[in-house]
Design a protein around this ligand. Structure first.
Ligand code: DX5
Ligand code: ZN
Length: 218
């Protein structure tokens, strides 16, 4: 399985966002990870559909949008219109998960379902037919720069096995939080194929070699 790297702009210099996106794109990052936080589902507030729309004007990258918001339902069409390619909602958020996932696909985006470290992996199984990707959080959502929680690798292994046994062979399994060259190796061996990395990439002296070091685990 080819490893996809999704660079999280949360760790970039937000005062120069367009340039930072250009830096990621120029280095050969596959996807751009956009963390939307509402100050309710998590402690912080980041950016929303208007920033996605602005970035769409300057970048042709695949926009992987991670919604850490309590009530995604009414905002789904706005992210579609803004230019998100993947829209990931949390299973712990409010609203009807099944309807939300269907609506994401109906509007032409890929649908992702995320779960926090303490949420059991089995809770996503009923929704897999409506998902293109499952995001297994490997830190508590809300902040960049935290340490990877090693137990989360077991969830990756369990989900990959379940997908193999139940005909979801094309399911993307994404991990998010504390990913660096060492943890990338652990999660790719467990079956993850999409790695989100923020501080490891944007904080590196050499973005390109940091990116290469994530890919060589996969
Ligand atoms: C955390 C976010 C992550 C974050 C990862 O809530 O979902 O995407 O940017 O940051 P690092 O890679 O620095 O742990
Ligand atoms: Zn994220």
């Amino acid at each position: 399985m080819n490893t996809i790297v999704s660079a999280s702009i949360l760790a970039s210099d937000l005062s120069r966002l367009a340039e930072e996106v250009g830096r990621a794109e120029g280095a050969g990052v596959d996807w751009l990870h956009i963390d939307v936080m509402d100050g309710v589902f998590v402690d912080n507030i980041t950016y929303g559909n208007n920033v996605v729309k602005a970035l769409r004007r300057v970048s042709g990258m695949f926009f992987d949008t991670h919604l850490m918001i309590i009530d995604p339902t009414k905002l789904i069409p706005r992210f579609a219109e803004a230019g998100s390619d993947m829209l990931t909602i949390h299973i712990e958020s409010a609203g009807d998960t099944e309807n939300n996932l269907s609506e994401i696909r109906r509007l032409g985006m890929r649908a992702g379902l995320a779960l926090k470290p303490n949420t059991p992996i089995e809770s996503v199984y009923p929704y897999l037919p409506l998902c293109d990707m499952v995001l297994i959080m490997t830190v508590e959502p809300g902040y960049g720069g935290q340490s990877f929680i090693p137990e989360c690798a077991d969830k990756v292994r369990q989900l990959r096995e379940y997908c193999r046994q139940n005909g979801f062979d094309k399911m993307n399994i994404q991990v998010d939080g504390g990913i660096n060259a060492d943890t990338a190796k652990i999660v790719t061996e467990a079956g993850a194929d999409v790695l989100v990395a923020g501080s490891y990439l944007f904080g590196a002296d050499d973005f390109k070699s940091a990116l290469d070091s994530l890919k060589c685990g996969g």
